[in-house]
Design a protein around this ligand. Structure first.
Ligand SMILES: [Zn+2]
Length: 218
């Protein structure tokens, strides 16, 4: 998949991050919500975690339940989130494309399931290959893969601050307010790498708001 953001950390790392379904869900939640779980339907962040259904939440706004799968291609799939994330890594990291046969073998799933997964992942990610974004205000945010859970509204894990170890792969996102978003996976939080990734994602902006990013040389 030419032009796609290629993961620059080893497959062993994504295997570690998804070694249990619980860990995989936490990682997917971090990628999707950047630390603040929000209802897919109404956007409310007033939610509670369902004690007996790991990864499921109830929204206090619309009273409906949701999970990290809701509103994504994962919603209509029986494959575990861990398989989706590993599949995503494999697809992004193979520059010449990976066959559904090979993908199925690597993920331990049937070729038909692998074909479905690859098809949905490509559809979902196609926006990432497009040109850098422009906007009045662009928000730049970072998520560290495998960072411990942050405090969530309505209870849940609390305590430890998100880690920022230099060995943790970083997902950098740029979102124009009311517009499009881009993301990139980079291997470290070095200023050079963040700076290069930022200029690849943002063409022009009057204001770039750095949400959790370290300061960059101007
Ligand atoms: Zn809601």
């Amino acid at each position: 998949m030419a032009g796609m953001p290629k993961p620059q950390f080893p497959f062993a790392e994504i295997v570690r991050l998804t070694e249990t379904e619980e860990k995989a869900i936490a990682f997917a939640e971090d990628l999707r919500w950047r630390g603040e779980v929000a209802c897919h339907r109404c956007g409310s962040v007033s939610i509670s975690r369902l004690a007996h259904r790991p990864g499921r939440y109830r929204c206090h706004g619309c009273r409906k339940q949701f999970s990290v799968r809701t509103g994504t291609p994962m919603e209509s799939s029986r494959l575990p989130v861990s398989v989706w994330l590993r599949g995503l890594w494999l697809i992004l990291s193979s520059s010449k494309g990976i066959s559904s046969l090979k993908l199925g073998e690597m993920l331990g799933i049937q070729q038909r399931s692998a074909w479905f997964l690859a098809h949905r992942v490509r559809a979902m990610m196609s926006w990432a290959v497009r040109a850098p974004i422009s906007g009045e205000t662009v928000e730049l945010d970072e998520v560290y893969a495998g960072a411990p859970p942050r405090q969530r509204a309505g209870g849940g894990p609390t305590g430890a601050k998100p880690g920022r170890g230099p060995r943790r792969p970083l997902v950098l996102t740029a979102a124009a307010r009311g517009g499009e978003a881009r993301f990139k996976l980079i291997a470290s939080h070095s200023r050079t790498e963040i700076s290069a990734a930022t200029s690849a994602m943002i063409r022009s902006a009057n204001t770039v708001m750095r949400m959790r990013c370290p300061p960059m040389p101007s």
